[in-house]
Design a protein around this ligand. Sequence first.
Ligand code: DX5
Ligand code: ZN
Length: 214
Amino acid sequence: MDIKISASILSADFGRLADELRRAEAAGCDMIHFDVMDGHFVPNLSYGVPVLKSIRKYCSLPFDVHLMITDPLDYIDAFADAGADHITFHEEISEDPREVIKKIRSRGITAGISVKPNTPVESVYELIDLLDMVLVMTVEPGFGGQGFISHTLDKISALRREIERRGLKTDIEVDGGIDASTSVLVKNAGANVLVSGSYLFKAKDMAAAAKALR
Ligand code: DX5
Ligand code: ZN
């Protein structure tokens, strides 16, 4: 399977973000993963629309936006206007997921849904046909640099089987604790889009790190 690497700039040096984006692009990463946190859905804050808007021009890779926020519907237009190429929101919010997917697609960009480590992956099965990607969180969302949670591997395999059974091309993305060794486990389980933050950005040679993930 073709493996894609999405570099999470949550672990980048924010004082030199444009350089960090160029570093990820030069290292052969396929996408930039942009983590948005609201202090409600997750116990942390990160960055939002104005940051995306200002860094967009420094990088030609697609921006893979991960909304860890309770009310994504209100912000989809703003992220699309700022240059998002893909938006993933969470299954655990109370908004109607079909409405959110419809809104994302109405902006001509791709849509994904994410499940936290303890959310059953079966809860998104009824939506798979409407989605480009399912993001299986491999850590609790909110912080970079956490350890990989291995019980998520069974969810990835079950989801891959379900996608194959339906003859779909849906991407399976994983996010959290992905490094040279855990990447082997998630790829074997059926993931094809690997988000990596600290492993890539803390590497002296990011190209070698990206190659190791692939
Ligand atoms: C965590 C974020 C991740 C984070 C991953 O909530 O969704 O994208 O940046 O960081 P690492 O790769 O360091 O676990
Ligand atoms: Zn993320």
